[in-house]
Design a protein around this ligand. Structure first.
Ligand SMILES: [Zn+2]
Length: 96
């Protein structure tokens, strides 16, 4: 689903967390789609694959499906890649 972003009018795709798996594996070196993430705002825990991802050509934003707060942002435009964790309380990766 594509809808205009209210602040900028840019078009962003709203997808599930699987869309973040590839880009985040560039930073973390592992597939995080099965990782359990916890929202700092509402304490909801779920697999990363279940969060809302807003994706555009310059980066992505992950939002909590429970409260819509921003969990993580990753911008890869230009020479610098920047990851921020404004609403991520935890990230748990299991070996199996
Ligand atoms: Zn939340």
């Amino acid at each position: 689903m594509t809808q205009p972003e209210p602040e900028t009018g840019r078009r962003v795709d709203r997808l599930d967390g699987n869309a973040a798996g590839g880009p985040l594996s560039e930073i973390f070196g592992v597939d995080l789609t099965d990782a359990i993430i916890e929202c700092r705002h509402c304490a909801r825990s779920c697999p990363l694959a279940e969060v809302v991802v807003e994706l555009d050509p310059d980066g992505l934003v992950m939002r909590c499906r429970g409260c819509e707060h921003q969990l993580l942002s990753y911008v890869w435009a230009g020479a610098v890649r920047r990851v921020r964790f404004p609403g991520l309380a935890g990230l748990e990766i299991s070996e199996d």
